[in-house]
Design a protein around this ligand. Structure first.
Ligand code: ADP
Ligand code: MG
Length: 572
């Protein structure tokens, strides 16, 4: 094959004009467009099928991006993100679609949200800058619209490429702000551990969002900017922003209290999202959380496969074993117990909990209830009696939103009280109340946290093949994966925030399966996959390059595996 002159594509399109759609297959290949190389990697089978996969490669030398735009990983990822956004916007104005049938005429690329994620949409290295986009090849009915295709490849695509892949054509100030913001966030996140913090929120951050379905910052002059209480204030020295004061949340057990509607959940939500970088102007771009902090919630109905939940649940009626607990239909409290155990098993450093999405009987069991229902008759050991052991024995910190029960004052290292969206240190007040007004409840946590069993997935239980022997690995929206005959419901894995992450998780499950014959446990498997991505790039997840994958975390991959209804494991 080899590379052909662009003229060859033009002639080919002339030749197949008006023929049946299948003849488009002949245009696959590499073409030299002088300023860039066009790779037509995959040609769709019909005008309604998923669009064709196309790459555009510009020599790094010609693209003009200075060395300092890719001086480190943070900058390179942010530059790729910036270019993806630019390419997306340009393609929306230049090539909207509307050429003939189906998706004909469309040129597009992945569309990032508020997060700056490492993506497969752009690859930037010392040799070239490469965009991975999607093209809807045009047709009238099922007949090839050769002249429209020519306009797309020879006029529209070059225009998009010209305006989005060359340094001289870009808003350079915005570009540098983008990469410096991401660099600062990464620097902040990487200093958390030496400062023994699990999260940091810079003063003047804007945490509230526009709506429950709109992740952009609340657009309201009345919105209250975040400022730390002096008790929690730390100052991080960031490479671009310099000394940056804000609230540090130390390791241990942190309670977020405060009246309803005073901003507790909004703060926790910012902590959840702080595992990722954000665009400048997001408001949370200097709010960072330890990478492996994991949001936990109750999600009844989920599948559990041989998880040792005996730390939280034991003495079930009918003597059901909880040291290797399996169910197709977990209750709220059992699902939450399993979510925590599995998060620790997967290597979480911190867990984030909100009373809004927790099972009450998992969180608390008060003095009166202890009297009415004897411990022997209550299978659940509430989280309040385990949260300290979780930290002291397993090193896992907790941040917990709890406006409804003061029983937690006894077990918290600190209490942040939210008042009109601002944090105050209420630790002493809470401890004084706990001393003066003892709740009288008995601790039920026993002498230790209990066992976190390592589980080893069995390869045969992870099959991507459908009954017709065809492989199926795909994502449906943000919260569902189709894997062979199995649907994986990711409703409660709330830190997957982008459909391209969902797709990556789907492929990562298959990637993980290749290590399963070696008898690796879940944590080893999922960390191995992430290490492979780190070493070889995210393209390693798929057999063919595709521009619609985004970075994932090992704990979320573990979460997806754990929710797979076919999963079988043995405890190691
Ligand atoms: P809580 O969990 O304490 O009940 P929420 O965090 O759900 O409260 O916040 C209640 C409402 O206030 C939400 O609509 C949220 O968007 C809004 N809000 C939160 N923080 C701010 C802020 N800093 N400025 C303005 N509005 C805010
Ligand atoms: Mg709330």
């Amino acid at each position: 094959m080899g590379i052909k002159p662009a003229d060859a594509l033009e002639q080919e399109l002339k030749r197949i004009d008006g023929k049946g759609y299948k003849a488009y297959k002949d245009i696959a290949g590499e073409y030299d467009f002088k300023h860039f190389i066009l790779f037509i990697d995959y040609v769709q089978g019909d005008p309604f099928a998923s669009p064709s996969r196309v790459r555009v490669r510009v020599a790094r030398r010609n693209s003009g991006f200075p060395q300092d735009t890719t001086a480190n990983k943070s900058r390179t990822v942010a530059l790729a993100d910036f270019l993806t956004r630019r390419f997306f916007r340009q393609s929306k104005t230049v090539a909207k679609g509307g050429r003939g049938t189906g998706k004909g005429g469309m040129i597009t690329i992945d569309n990032p949200g508020q997060q700056i994620l490492e993506r497969s949409s752009f690859l930037i290295n010392d040799d070239f800058v490469e965009a991975r986009c999607f093209v809807g090849l045009p047709a009238f009915g099922r007949k090839i619209a050769g002249r429209d295709a020519t306009a797309m490849f020879f006029s529209e695509l070059p225009e998009i490429v010209h305006s989005s892949m060359f340094f001289s054509e870009l808003d350079q100030q915005a570009l540098y702000r983008h990469i410096k913001t991401a660099e600062d966030a990464d620097a902040a996140r990487s200093t958390l551990s030496e400062k023994e913090l699990i999260a940091f929120i810079a003063d003047q951050s804007l945490l509230p969002r526009r709506s429950g379905i709109d992740d952009r910052p609340l657009d309201d002059p009345q919105a209250v900017l975040f400022y730390s209480d002096k008790a929690f204030r730390v100052t991080l020295d960031l490479p671009n922003n310099g000394p940056t004061p804000g609230m540090g949340i130390p390791r241990g057990v942190t309670l977020i209290a405060g009246g309803g509607y005073h901003g507790k959940s909004t703060l926790l939500h910012a902590l959840e999202r702080g595992v990722y970088n954000h665009v400048p102007d997001d408001g949370r771009h200097l709010a960072v959380t330890a990478k492996n902090a994991i949001k936990i919630r109750a999600c009844d109905g989920r599948n559990i496969e041989k998880t040792d939940i005996s730390s939280f649940i034991s003495n079930l009626p009918m003597h059901k074993d909880t040291s290797a607990f399996s169910t197709q239909n977990a209750s709220g409290s059992t699902s939450q117990a399993a979510n925590i155990i599995e998060a620790v098993e997967a290597g979480a450093q911190a867990i984030l909990l909100d009373e809004d999405t927790s099972a009450t009987n998992f969180m608390i069991r008060d003095h009166r209830m202890q009297q009415l229902v004897a411990k022997e008759r209550e299978p659940i050991t509430p989280f309040i009696d385990k949260v300290r052991q979780l930290y002291s024995e397993k090193g896992v910190s907790t941040v917990l939103v709890m406006g409804g029960s003061g029983d937690y004052f006894n077990v918290a290292d600190r209490v942040i009280r939210m008042t009109e969206y601002l944090p105050e240190d209420a630790t002493e007040a809470a401890k004084a109340i706990a001393g003066a007004d003892p709740v009288g409840r008995r601790e039920e946590g026993g002498t230790g946290f209990g066992r976190i069993a390592k589980r080893i997935p069995i390869e045969q239980s992870i099959s991507p093949y459908r009954r017709n022997q065809k492989m199926k690995i795909s994502a449906r929206g943000l919260r569902e994966i189709l894997f062979g005959e199995t649907e994986i419901d990711l409703t409660d894995i709330e830190q997957i925030v982008d459909p391209s992450q969902t797709r990556a998780v789907a492929h990562a499950i298959y990637h993980a399966a290749r290590y399963m014959k070696d008898g690796m446990c879940l944590q080893e498997l999922t960390e191995k996959v992430i290490a492979d991505i780190k070493e070889k790039g995210i393209d390693v997840l798929t057999p063919h390059v595709t521009g619609d994958l985004a970075e994932i975390r090992s704990v979320d991959l573990a979460g997806a595996l754990n929710r797979m209804r076919t999963l079988q494991v043995r405890q190691g």
